[in-house]
Design a protein around this ligand. Structure first.
Ligand SMILES: Cc1cc2nc3c(=O)[nH]c(=O)nc-3n(C[C@H](O)[C@H](O)[C@H](O)COP(=O)(O)OP(=O)(O)OC[C@H]3O[C@@H](n4cnc5c(N)ncnc54)[C@H](O)[C@@H]3O)c2cc1C
Length: 720
């Protein structure tokens, strides 16, 4: 069953516990339910469609405001005056709708959407996309959350829940059916769910925004705690809701969403002011961004996306960019969590925190994190679109000046990030986002107010394209298109449209724009809505024979990727159809961080693709890429310890130092020593760690899984 069909089925049909035998039956049953739903007379959706079409007719005038090239304008005009107008008239006709199924209408809209994309008709694309999205939402209602009375520990507490509903992460790489999904919004409810789970003999896992790609969520028949409601974490949120994400988060009154300024920390004279700030684990980057602007305390580094919870990004040892930056977990001063006994426990011993902070939720449900924040500083933000070779010269081309510039960028920038959008060629589609952080407060301006109107238009288009068009289209495409003809066309058109829109949506600046650090760290909002596939590998920056950082690794990692991506384009496979991103960062003390021990810093490199890339193409591509990056050696010939990001996709296999490993065996091998240390730390903090872990995650760490709450992490050597 395709991922998108799975998603559709999970939402269309009441789910039930899946056993291997039942799975096949269920797939057949779901398939026919989907088909039936699609074959319903379109009259049920006609009001939605009509209303939007009326709105979109008004938009015709807006076409004048788009400024495409002369060729595009001609094509646009003839297209609008011709086919698209006729289709709209037809869709408005009740008689037509009475005789057509939802499937017919969707197919028609989709085909026209693609034509509008090819003709670069941005407003029409968005208009048609919204109609399309509304129909998909109508076919995919969210299940209602209901209260379940949980009796345990001599008390009874009502907690919102759904039973045996299919869980899907955002990237649709993890699908399972937990027995219960609970949505506690007080500490007491959270503790009660853990007591209840203990009584029922169930393991517990947690999720935030569901943005991780690896199987770190609950297993079938176990218990999942979601710290955010379904209407926030659902992939169709933007199309479904009338409200902004900020408003929807606000409506969710959770005790796990708070910001508490604790105290300013003592620092040496002449160094940056620091403060301890306590954050609820369900708090998102979006909310901290707003608070930081108002209160002038900021995280020194963070991930770019704003719709991520701190519980989630800390658990997976996430990072930002810049040679002095480390992981989020390196900033944790104290972590508070509900342990397997349902008690609230804290860890603040710096040695134990090295494992506790980035422990993938294995200790329990984290309720708060106390992080070390900096007093606000000001970025000199100056992103550029330049020819790629000027920014990252190809190794061996003898571009000495450019190589020196790259070295300087990596060593001196506060933030160093590079992007390439493949469908645009290497000259047009390249973007460099490297900046210093020593601007003056008096020169500072809010970033979003200052960006050019072209950027605003392009980025809004990209946002709408992703949210209104791509996500819902992918939900349903595989079910509509038996011959895969539309899928092929969609692959081609989406790849180039998303990629072109991506480049268009990236700003550039000829002079530095001084802006609060926190704004530069989160320079673009909204892109989280697109459901993509992503693999990130961390490569240590080796030393030259003289003991200096060998920055040529940045060029090699980048251009080896370009070569493989280009080859895939020539073979018409388009394995990486969205972007290639590379960040230079520092090291980490977090026990299982992929960046730990990298004394010269780390190159984090990640290809990103849309979900229209076929699975086999993407899986083969990941292996090819990983094998290339794992082949690098230090000056003395020692293989560099390439390590995958824990939250992002792993390659199926890795060839390392003359041997092929499965993705999981590679993790066990590459982290052998760290796993021992991790296990010792976690056992010291809390004995019953595995009671919280899904079996697959625990096996990934090379630990033994037994039943009951006396499970403990055991070193890999004694793994059964
Ligand atoms: C658009 C986008 C951009 C991204 N950019 C970056 C980036 O710049 N840098 C980077 O390093 N990563 C990045 N990521 C990866 C992302 O930061 C991680 O996947 C992160 O874990 C997602 O947070 P979440 O709230 O979705 O957590 P989820 O994916 O829902 O959860 C992840 C894990 O955390 C655990 N967890 C979550 N909350 C708790 C809790 N309260 N208690 C205990 N365990 C918990 C869960 O059990 C699960 O194992 C990006 C992802 C996306 C989609």
């Amino acid at each position: 069953m395709s991922n998108s069909l799975a998603g559709l089925c999970g939402k269309l049909c009441p789910s039930e516990k899946v056993t291997p035998q039942k799975d096949e039956e269920m797939a057949k049953r779901n398939q026919s339910n989907v088909s039936q739903a699609l074959k319903q007379p379109a009259a049920i959706i006609s009001n939605v469609v009509k209303k939007d079409i009326e709105e979109e007719q008004k938009n015709e005038k807006d076409l004048e405001t788009i400024k495409p090239s002369r060729g595009h304008r001609e094509r646009a005009k003839s297209y609008v005056q011709g086919k698209l107008q006729r289709l709209y008239v037809k869709l408005l006709d009740e008689r037509y709708l009475k005789h057509k199924s939802v499937e017919d209408v969707l197919k028609k809209i989709l085909k026209n959407l693609l034509r509008a994309m090819e003709a670069s008709l941005q407003n029409w694309v968005i208009g048609l996309g919204r109609i399309f999205g509304k129909i998909i939402c109508h076919l995919n209602p969210l299940p209602d959350l209901t209260l379940l009375s949980l009796s345990a520990n001599d008390i009874s507490i009502d907690v919102l829940h759904v039973k045996e509903e299919t869980f899907l992460n955002y990237g649709e790489t993890v699908r399972n059916v937990p027995r219960y999904m609970f949505f506690p919004n007080t500490f007491q409810e959270l503790q009660q769910v853990v007591h209840f789970a203990k009584d029922q003999g169930k393991r517990v896992r947690c999720c935030g925004m569901r943005h991780s790609w690896t199987p770190v969520f609950a297993d079938d028949d176990e218990i999942l705690i979601s710290l955010l409601p379904l209407d926030v974490t659902d992939t169709l949120t933007h199309v479904r809701s009338k409200h902004s994400m900020a408003k929807m988060l606000d409506n969710w009154k959770s005790e796990m969403r708070f910001i508490q300024f604790l105290r300013e920390l003592p620092t040496e004279e002449g160094t940056k002011r620091k403060a301890a700030v306590r954050l609820g684990s369900a708090l998102t980057n979006l909310e901290l961004l707003k608070w930081s602007l108002e209160n002038k305390w900021t995280l020194p580094w963070d991930i770019i996306a704003v719709m991520i919870t701190y519980g989630g990004s800390n658990a997976m040892i996430c990072h930002g960019a810049g040679i002095q930056s480390r992981s989020l977990s390196d900033l944790v001063l104290e972590m508070e969590f509900v342990n397997f006994l349902g008690e609230i426990q804290t860890v603040s011993d710096p040695e134990l925190l090295r494992s506790a902070a980035g422990c993938f939720g294995l200790l329990g449900i984290v309720t708060s994190l106390t992080l070390k924040l900096d007093y606000m500083t000001y970025a000199e933000w100056m992103p550029r679109k330049t020819p790629m070779w000027k920014s990252i010269p190809k190794p061996g081309t003898g571009l000495v000046e450019e190589e020196l510039r790259l070295k300087k960028l990596c060593e001196e920038s506060y933030y160093a990030e590079f992007f390439w959008f493949p469908a645009n060629g290497s000259t047009e589609g390249y973007w460099e986002n490297c900046w210093r952080n020593d601007g003056r407060e008096e020169d500072s301006q809010p970033l979003n107010d200052q960006l050019s109107s072209d950027y605003q238009v392009a980025s809004t288009f990209l946002f709408d394209l992703c949210t209104d068009v791509l996500v819902p289209a992918m939900e349903i495409l595989h079910d509509l298109d038996a011959n895969k003809e539309i899928v092929k066309l969609v692959r081609k058109v989406y790849s180039s449209t998303v990629s072109k829109a991506g480049v268009g949506a990236l700003p550039e600046s000829e002079i530095p724009l001084i802006t609060p650090l926190v704004e530069a760290l989160h320079f673009r909002q909204g892109f989280h809505y697109i459901s993509v596939r992503e693999m990130e590998l961390s490569i240590p920056i080796p030393s030259t024979k003289d003991g200096e950082p060998d920055w040529s690794i940045v060029q090699r990692a980048w251009w080896d990727a370009i070569e493989i991506i280009d080859k895939s384009y020539l073979e018409h496979k388009f394995a990486c159809d969205m972007t290639l991103e590379m960040r230079v960062m520092g090291s980490s003390d977090s026990t299982l961080a992929p960046y730990r021990g990298n004394k010269n810093g780390t190159v984090c490199i990640e290809p990103v693709s849309t979900s229209v890339v076929p699975n086999d193409v993407w899986e083969d591509f990941k292996v090819e890429m990983a094998n290339k990056w794992s082949s690098y050696v230090d000056a003395d010939g020692t293989p560099l310890r390439m390590r995958p990001h824990w939250a992002k996709e792993n390659p199926r296999t890795v060839f390392f130092d003359g041997q092929v490993y499965t993705g999981t065996d590679y993790l066990k091998m590459i982290y052998t020593d760290e796993i021992q240390e991790f296990a010792t730390h976690l056992n010291t903090i809390c004995q019953a760690v595995l009671w919280f872990a899904p079996a697959r995650l625990a096996m990934g760490f090379g630990v033994r899984v037994t039943s009951g709450e006396t499970d403990s992490l055991t070193p890999r050597d004694s793994c059964s």
